[in-house]
Design a binder for this molecule. Structure first.
Ligand SMILES: Cc1cc2nc3c(=O)[nH]c(=O)nc-3n(C[C@H](O)[C@H](O)[C@H](O)COP(=O)(O)O)c2cc1C
Length: 190
């Protein structure tokens, strides 16, 4: 495969495009974030990287809490909107017609329309240059019951999640296989 060598850049893809909620039930904000991920399993830890100029950064610096709301194809227009306009000027919950729901462990609300929301408490921050990496514990996970079967098993495939790759939003598409399937023995045909 012929390759060009480009200078180093933030070109990892796909990434989630999540909605970060902050503040409290009265004064809340939403911002879109793609610089996020999981960094530890037990205890569960995540990070988001924010520019200091974001209103969300200002709020999270004060409260030490936020929620990560996963996003679906139906939410894509709002995902983009929340990543363009600042909460200093608009109420993004109202503009996007999102339902403000109480979280269980933090004062920040979660988005009713999001199928899965992680409640997070900041443990550490690191100024990396353009962005500040905010490392946080995941205290609780809010799961839409529509994703659960009668045994309580979750099927995230039903959620219609979206991904972000190099400036564009994509629907996740069809499931290819499951974790560990490559190690399963093929059943012999009779
Ligand atoms: C798809 C997408 C991903 C984004 N990812 C980030 C990010 O990881 N970090 C960040 O600081 N801003 C990111 N932004 C920009 C912020 O969401 C945007 O500046 C927003 O207006 C901030 O809102 P606030 O001022 O109300 O906090 C992203 C925007 C979009 C559309």
């Amino acid at each position: 495969m012929a390759k060009q060598i480009w200078k180093g850049g933030a070109l990892l893809a796909p990434l989630p495009a999540v909605l970060i909620t902050s503040g409290d039930m009265e004064n809340s904000n939403i911002a879109t974030v793609a610089w996020t991920g999981i960094v530890n399993t037990i205890p569960p830890k995540t990070y988001i990287s924010l520019r200091k100029s974001r209103y969300s950064y200002e709020i999270i610096e004060k409260t030490g809490e936020f929620a990560i709301n996963l996003t679906t194809a139906e939410m894509v227009k709002s995902v983009d909107y929340c990543g363009i306009y600042t909460g200093r000027k608009v109420d993004k919950f109202k503009k996007c017609n999102f339902t403000k729901e109480e979280a269980s462990q933090i004062a920040a609300p979660i988005i009713g329309e999001s199928p899965l929301a992680l409640e997070c408490r900041v443990v550490e921050t690191q100024d990396l240059g353009t962005h500040v990496m905010i490392l946080a514990d995941i205290l609780a996970t809010n799961v839409d019951e529509k994703l659960l079967d009668k045994n309580g098993k979750m099927d995230l495939g039903k959620a219609n999640l979206i991904a972000f790759a190099h400036g564009e939003y994509f629907a996740l598409g069809k499931k290819l296989s499951g974790f560990g399937d490559s190690a399963k023995k093929k059943r012999k045909k009779k």
